[in-house]
Design a protein around this ligand. Structure first.
Ligand code: FVH
Length: 289
């Protein structure tokens, strides 16, 4: 089965992301039915030609893929459990952020009701949807991905990672973990720079350039981790411990909490104490298991 711009789609959830998805589908001319728990969020979508359904049951009526973009795992069940029997034979694409085990649970729940389930992790903020740079990672039903790929690519670059419904979510959270550590480091740096009168906005400009340069080393770090050989370091654990200790002193002197730096400091201290100081920084990966 291939799709056309006449494929009807249903969007369940009109938060910031659901609204971005629905308006992108409407801009592409797809017949789009939307539902939201709280009324009043569909006015501009209706003006753009979407149909607003008062109930979930009516929202899934037109056929076509059902896209859930709700707050969390519990809200997916709260929304879909009452209509599970009406969804037999349908395709469900869950773009809600659910933990891997929750995605797998939803896949099993869907299978028990004869629903074809595809899970997705959105690597974009709402303003990026439909624009270059947005990506959505998928896993679960290959059939759903293959038959709906055309409309999914209206939203973002679409990549499929196999039938484990929890895989896309794992990738999503691995990327988010990377992002949050970077954001936390930026907040710490901004606090340090404010202590010497530099605005966070000015620091943000310089930090963006620095982080961009530093991220170029990530593929190399990944290769070192995969070999498990940390004996030929670019810079050693002892070197990094010295740097982190200095950051800690600088932060203390500036009256800034070291909460963002403390976890890494703990990991480096432990490795030096265990005799690994001469090995590469990437060995810190081994402390996480
Ligand atoms: N926004 C973003 O930048 C990120 C990007 C990456 C992916 N996330 C995930 O996408 C899901 C939805 O995010 P969102 O930005 O649309 O979230 P909200 O604006 O907070 O809207 C939440 C919607 O969920 C509805 N909802 C909440 N609880 C329930 C429930 N128990 N039953 C039914 N619906 C529920 C809520 O409805 P209402 O409060 O308006 O009545 C909104 O429609 C999310 O998983 C992100 O992690 C977005």
């Amino acid at each position: 089965m291939t799709e056309t711009s006449t494929t009807p789609v249903t969007i369940l959830g009109l938060g910031a992301m659901g609204r971005a998805l629905a308006s992108t589908f409407r801009a592409a001319g797809l017949p789009t039915t939307v539902w939201n728990r709280s009324p009043g969020k569909a006015a501009d979508l209706i003006a753009a030609g979407a149909t607003s359904a008062p109930t979930v049951e009516q929202a899934i009526g037109p056929g076509g893929p059902i896209i859930a973009v709700l707050l969390d795992h519990a809200s997916v069940h709260a929304t879909l459990d009452p209509v599970a029997d009406q969804m037999t034979g349908r395709q469900l694409i869950n773009l809600t952020s659910t933990a891997p085990a929750e995605s797998r649970e939803l896949a099993a729940w869907a299978a028990a009701h004869g629903i074809d389930y595809l899970d997705g992790g959105i690597m974009a903020v709402p303003s990026m949807i439909g624009a270059p740079g947005a990506a959505i990672l998928y896993s679960g039903s290959r059939q759903v991905f293959e038959t709906r790929r055309g409309i999914l690519e209206l939203l973002a670059a679409a990549e499929y990672f196999g039938d484990d419904a929890g895989f896309a979510s794992t990738y999503d959270f691995a990327l988010l973990a990377t992002m949050y550590a970077m954001f936390g480091g930026f907040l710490h740096g901004a606090a340090l720079m404010r202590s010497v009168g530099v605005s966070a906005a000015e620091f943000g400009q310089r930090a963006a350039a620095w982080v961009t340069a530093m991220t170029q080393s990530l593929p190399h770090q990944g290769r070192v981790i995969d070999t498990g050989d940390y004996t030929d370091p670019v810079q050693s654990i002892a070197f990094h411990k010295s740097a982190i200790d200095a950051i800690n002193r600088a932060s203390h002197d500036a009256g800034i909490a070291s909460d963002f730096v403390a976890p890494l400091r703990t990991l480096l201290d432990r490795q030096v104490a265990d005799g690994h100081g001469a090995l590469g920084f990437e060995r810190t990966f081994e402390e996480l298991h």
